[in-house]
Design a protein around this ligand. Structure first.
Ligand code: IMP
Length: 446
């Protein structure tokens, strides 16, 4: 069984918790795109873990985690994260962490180029995480990138650094920064790559074999659908493909092996960085954004930037559901809305005086649309930690039904708090079916 988990909005939907919850029943957890720009927070047994580069499954010592070929890996960030987790008592060995030999490396000059690229854009900047993600993917597409397999050959690594840096330094100097030195980069990166060697693996082969052996594989998307470089709010996107198709490419798994796709949808929307956000709470609604930010701890887990907050946007989320073919939805952070009197849902957009129901490709149009809202009554009582759908207040159930109907996908999981057990698995949902199936497999294999 292979399940993909993908954020449906602009990221930070609470994937970390859901993946952590599901990974209990899976053997292998794979990341297939992005790098340490992601920030998954997982709370287990009173401890908090922030994962940037490694899959959330890493917290469970009986799981194998894979960094797929579609990722860009900063070797320094890789070992920093491993060390941090080891300090928190998690043991990470090459037996249970596999890095694709085809993944690309983020080099120090990529970080410098991320800065210069944002500077060049001025007030049209993307608001990137400045981790070098975009420039590393640029090199990949430009066929200059350094893959893990190349870097394992010191002379190849040195040559590629020298060649790429020649170009990178021209831009870096143009922006008044000190040029970087290739021997210093080599001396910094080379020992890290040597340390990485035991983790390196032909991950597509490894996954194909695992699939044949009946292993259960979870593919964990980072960032989210509306940040997809093809389908998101381009150019205000990340440089990879978090969408379901990207999972096949970035992990090296054939599409027909995928059992199902779970979308992570938050009961409201947020966005970090720049870019259009039609339902953003501004002006008179800023106090609601403030309340949500406080209650939902809506600050970037990588950069600590306050996240922009907005109402649930059914147009954007329906678009995401269709793109990814969601079989089910995990609806997160229901409890964050507990104090609201009224909850708005965007059900369409008005563009140049006409109603449209599609998500426009043009950023210019997305900036001009006026959301058409329907208002629902808030429940004004705590839903924190509720474990059964029937125990939710009626208004909360109505809100969930409304979201589900407006995007055309059933809700299989509802998260009512940050802890693992603060969760409702909806009866007779696809997710329950998957979980039961996985349980049956477990008994069959034991
Ligand atoms: P980059 O991925 O650092 O190039 O940033 C591109 C855009 O994606 C920026 O708007 C970032 O704020 C956003 N972004 C990248 N990673 C995440 C994430 O994990 N959650 C939310 N937004 C993200």
């Amino acid at each position: 069984m292979i399940v993909v988990v993908i954020g449906a909005q602009w990221g930070d939907e609470g994937k970390g918790k859901v993946v952590d919850l599901l990974s209990d029943r899976f053997d292998i957890v794979v990341r297939y795109q992005g790098g340490h720009n992601a920030g998954h927070s997982v709370h287990v047994g009173g401890k908090s873990f922030v994962l940037r580069l490694l899959p959330s499954g890493i917290i469970h010592e009986d799981k194998i985690c894979v960094l797929g070929n579609g990722m860009v890996i900063d070797p320094k960030a890789f070992f920093e994260e491993i060390e941090q987790l080891e300090q928190q008592g998690i043991s990470i060995t090459s037996e249970r962490l596999k890095v694709s030999s085809r993944a690309h490396l983020i080099m120090p000059y990529h970080r410098a180029l991320d800065h210069t690229s944002e500077e060049r854009l001025g007030n049209e900047k993307i608001g990137t995480t400045l981790r070098g993600i975009g420039p590393a993917y640029e090199d990949k597409a430009g066929r200059r990138g350094i893959r893990v397999a190349d870097a394992l050959w010191p002379e190849v690594l040195r040559r590629k650094i020298e060649r790429n840096l020649e170009e990178a330094n021209r831009i870096i100097v143009l922006f008044g920064r000190e040029p970087l030195r290739s021997n210093e980069i080599f001396d910094e990166v080379s020992p890290l790559i040597e340390r990485m060697r035991p983790f390196v693996c032909e991950t597509a082969d490894f996954l194909a074999k695992a699939k044949k052996e009946g292993k259960r594989i979870l593919l964990e998307g980072a960032q989210a659908t509306l940040l997809d470089v093809d389908h998101g709010t381009y150019p205000y996107v990340t440089s990879s493909n978090p969408t379901a198709g990207g999972a096949c490419v970035g992990a090296g798994i054939p599409p027909h092996y995928i059992t199902g796709v779970l979308g992570i949808v938050r009961t409201y929307a947020t966005r970090v960085g720049e870019g259009p956000f039609p339902t953003e709470m501004l002006g008179e609604e800023e106090h609601i954004a403030h309340l949500i930010r406080q209650r939902g701890n809506e600050y970037g887990s990588v950069t600590r930037r306050p996240r922009r907050c907005g109402w649930f946007d059914a147009v954007a989320t329906r678009y995401a559901a269709n793109l990814n073919g969601f079989d089910s939805i995990a609806l997160t952070k229901l409890d964050v809305l507990d104090e609201l009197d009224e909850i708005k849902v965007c059900v369409g957009y008005e563009l140049n005086g006409k109603r449209i129901d599609h998500f426009p490709a043009s950023v210019h149009e997305l900036r001009s649309v006026k959301p058409i809202y329907e208002s629902l009554r808030g429940w004004r009582t705590s839903t924190l930690g509720i474990k059964r759908f029937e125990d939710l207040p009626k208004e909360a159930r109505d809100y969930i039904e409304f979201i589900s109907t407006s995007i055309g996908v059933n809700v299989g999981v509802i998260s009512t708090g940050p802890e693992r057990e603060q969760t409702i698995i909806v009866k007779d949902s696809v997710v329950e079916e998957w979980l039961n199936h996985l349980k049956t497999l477990e008994t069959a294999f034991l």
